[in-house]
Design a protein around this ligand. Structure first.
Ligand code: ADP
Ligand code: ADP
Ligand code: MG
Length: 476
């Protein structure tokens, strides 16, 4: 196994990768910005190097990161998610400098990291895709109108290089088409440095179902089942569930086989995710492939017992995948809720500041992947996700009960978080029934946003939780 690796990321995913390294006896090296001096990943890693530059720029600074990798004599680089994780150029430079890239090769990232190229490749391989176009950047307004009316409204405009729900516009009619196209290009250029935008048919009331792929360097490919990520706000996932409460074994098997075929068609290696849209008639379409560890990987780990970050390291090191498809068993249901430092009552505006009280939920089958602690000051520069609460139970119903219980224990004071909003979702009958499309949250939003600050009862149970936590700390 590797002896020392560099983690080119921050936040909870850097912490997650450090933990996997420690579990395997690998030394970890991290980089950080000045704003991240007090971050948990810096405290937990074996070695940490501050990089010069602006707070986001340092995590995108290929040259400086490679320099630190050389200096600290690591054998490999783990990119996490976001930042450089789907940057084929960087993956290539890492490989060319004699280091191992913990992920698929640069060639595969190039093919699958760009939504448009991936669609074309999938189509060639006979994988169903949503009806759509190539980038429209060289088309005249008249041509764009023509294409949209041929596909039929509503249509969706998407940035080829997009991610994290950014660079997406749903267009209901021709009135907003050109304006939406320009806005989408602008957003794409600003976030991804590329303004290629293409159009797809908007699948009405779809479910987002994605399959976890594991592939070694020798052509062995399996899937670890699906995650239902239909609970989204503005095309960004908020709650993820494994397995999906709304698909049966037959459909699971068919979709899983297509996901494996998609990965094999491009010679995929390491772990990755094939995302599908599933329509009301249970027809499914390839949407995109994420060539990295996914935010929501934890729910798959909980139902399969397979540590996906450890797998990434083992595969990158050259180990043969000893598991076959029939070895994969699913146990119960796991649900993840993303806890964001945001004010749901102010249109989910990011909330930065100092954490005055921090008590993560505990108890059987409750897991918290987080990067915050009491006294930590959340910098205003980064993604607002600060913790992932993951629970597991024998049935979907019981998993919701457990999530609800864990959310009422989970106490963060000092910044606003989405905990009260998530608690409301747990009480919602549609969520409890388990059949919902990606439009569920938007349609119920007004009822789910907390009307007032946490009520008195919550304050009391939170205080009780903090006391319990303090006692436990003292008894250590
Ligand atoms: P997942 O698909 O794993 O749920 P998200 O789509 O939520 O991941 O993205 C995870 C993080 O990575 C977010 O912070 C998001 O902004 C960022 N991200 C995702 N894709 C890209 C990309 N292509 N370029 C830059 N950042 C990205
Ligand atoms: P990202 O890279 O930001 O994750 P995706 O292509 O995965 O972008 O799309 C994000 C979300 O947008 C999906 O989960 C889904 O809710 C919605 N979406 C994307 N394409 C379509 C489509 N053709 N029809 C309906 N919804 C879509
Ligand atoms: Mg996606």
């Amino acid at each position: 196994m590797f002896k020392k690796i560099l983690i080119a990321n921050r936040g909870e995913i850097a912490v997650r990768v450090i933990r996997a390294c420690k579990d395997l006896g690998i030394k970890s090296v991290v980089i950080y910005s000045e704003a991240d001096k007090e971050s948990l990943h810096v405290k937990m890693a074996d070695y940490a190097y501050e990089l010069e530059g602006d707070p986001i720029g340092v995590y995108l600074d290929k040259q400086q990161i490679l320099k630190i990798a050389k200096l600290s004599e690591v054998e490999a680089i783990h990119p996490g998610y976001g930042f450089l994780s789907e940057n084929a150029d960087f993956a290539r430079q890492v490989q060319e400098s004699g280091l191992v890239w913990i992920g698929p090769s640069a060639e595969i990232i190039e093919k699958m990291g760009d939504k448009n190229t991936a669609r074309a490749l999938m189509k060639q391989s006979g994988i169903p895709i949503v009806e759509g176009t190539d980038p429209l950047n060289d088309k005249t307004p008249e041509e764009i109108f023509k294409i949209a009316s041929k596909i039929g409204y509503p249509v969706i405009l998407k940035a080829s290089a997009g991610g994290g729900g950014r660079g997406i516009r749903v267009i209901d009619d021709e009135l907003s088409l050109l304006e939406g196209f320009e806005a989408c290009k602008r957003e794409s250029k600003a976030f991804f440095g590329n303004d290629d935008v293409f159009m797809e048919k908007y699948v009405s009331s779809p479910r987002h179902i994605e399959f976890q792929i594991v592939a070694d360097l020798y052509g062995n490919v399996i899937h670890l089942g699906e995650r239902d990520c239909s609970i989204q706000r503005r095309h960004q996932k908020l709650i993820e569930i494994a397995p999906s409460p709304s698909i049966d074994e037959g459909l699971r098997r068919r979709m899983g086989a297509v996901a494996v075929a998609a990965a094999k068609a491009v010679g995929y290696t390491n772990i990755g995710t094939v995302e599908f849209l599933l329509d009301e008639r249970n027809q499914f379409y390839f949407m995109e492939m994420n060539t990295r560890i996914q935010v929501e990987h934890g729910v798959t780990e909980e139902i399969t017992g397979i540590d996906l970050v450890v797998r990434q390291l083992r595969i990158a090191y050259g180990e043969i995948l000893e598991l076959q498809q029939q070895d994969i068993q699913f146990q119960g249901y796991a649900i993840e809720a993303r806890i964001n430092a945001e004010d749901a009552r102010a249109e989910f505006a990011p909330s930065s500041g100092k954490i005055e009280v921090y008590y993560p939920a505990l108890g059987p089958s409750v897991r918290v992947d987080s990067c915050i602690y009491k006294g930590y000051e959340i910098p205003p520069f980064y993604d607002s996700m600060v913790a992932k609460l993951i629970v597991r139970a024998t049935s979907y119903d019981l998993a919701i009960n457990k999530l609800s219980r864990a959310l009422s224990e989970f106490t963060i004071k000092g910044v606003k978080t989405t905990i009260p909003f998530l608690k409301n979702i747990c009480q919602d009958s549609v969520f409890r029934r388990g059949i919902f499309s990606t439009s569920y949250l938007a349609s119920r939003l007004q009822d789910l946003i907390p009307q007032e600050e946490e009520d008195e009862l919550d304050e009391i149970s939170a205080i009780a939780a903090v006391i319990a936590w303090k006692n436990q700390e003292r008894d250590k």
